[in-house]
Write a protein that binds this ligand. Structure first.
Ligand SMILES: *Cc1c(COP(=O)(O)O)cnc(C)c1O
Length: 222
């Protein structure tokens, strides 16, 4: 049994335990973040059954798309420079880092189909993090009404890098409240039913708080 199969089994077990602990029942999809591993390792991940793969650089994505013929669902999880949009946007299935209108404009111009996007929120307000403040998220999503190539499938955040579980949990909880607020608006272009939150160190907390996509690198393929 490859170590990835083993890691995946352990993570799936922990996800199920987290769901039971919190008494929640959402489907949780695992995105294998392959940004730090090579093509060979990425192929191993797909062969281990991981369908969702995450990259955060246009170059890394291009390299893997070119070398890998197996079917996979590609998630772009990094901040995306406007000038790199044309290189990336028609190669991916999900964008997790929509955070500004200039990026939306460029997507509108370059995308040949509707792109499933997560709006990235910076719930903790840490300056080093990308994303919109809680207050900005609703305004921003309202402004997306006229864009024909953007579907807001959910919200994404990164928790602060801290050992304080309560701080992390609070961030995830606030993202979920915000997601529900948008979902209740029933905007046709923004169903916003998904939550992309949780990484190697905090995915169990994220699942307890309602994550539907967790993005895991180190603990899975690292
Ligand atoms: C690298 C990265 C991850 C995965 O981080 P790990 O700690 O290795 O699991 C998840 N999300 C984003 C946005 C990342 O850049």
């Amino acid at each position: 049994m490859s170590d990835i199969v083993n890691n995946l089994f352990n993570i799936q077990t922990k996800i199920e335990e987290a769901k039971e602990r919190a008494n929640v029942s959402q489907d949780v999809q695992i995105i294998a973040v392959t940004k730090q591993v090579d093509v060979k390792r990425t192929v191993e991940a797909i062969e281990a059954g991981l369908q969702n793969l995450g990259e955060n650089r246009p170059e890394g994505l291009a390299l893997k798309l070119e070398a890998i013929e197996l079917d996979a669902c590609w998630h772009y999880i990094g901040s995306l420079q406007t000038r790199k949009v044309k290189q990336v946007i028609n190669e991916i299935d999900y964008l997790h880092s929509l955070d500004r209108l200039s990026l939306a404009d460029e997507i509108e111009k370059r995308a040949t189909k509707v792109v499933k996007c997560f709006v990235q929120a910076n719930v903790s307000g840490e300056e080093s993090k990308h994303g919109l403040t809680k207050e900005q998220v609703l305004t921003f999503i309202n402004e997306l009404a006229t864009y024909t190539k953007i579907e807001v499938v959910g919200l994404m955040t990164m928790a602060p890098n801290t050992d304080d579980e309560q701080v992390v949990r609070q961030v995830f909880r606030e993202l979920k409240l915000l997601q529900q607020e948008v979902e209740q608006l029933q905007l046709p272009y923004a169903p916003c039913s998904h939550l992309s939150m949780g990484m190697s160190n905090d995915y169990e907390i994220a699942v307890e708080e309602g994550a539907t996509f967790v993005r895991i690198g180190t603990a899975l393929v690292g």
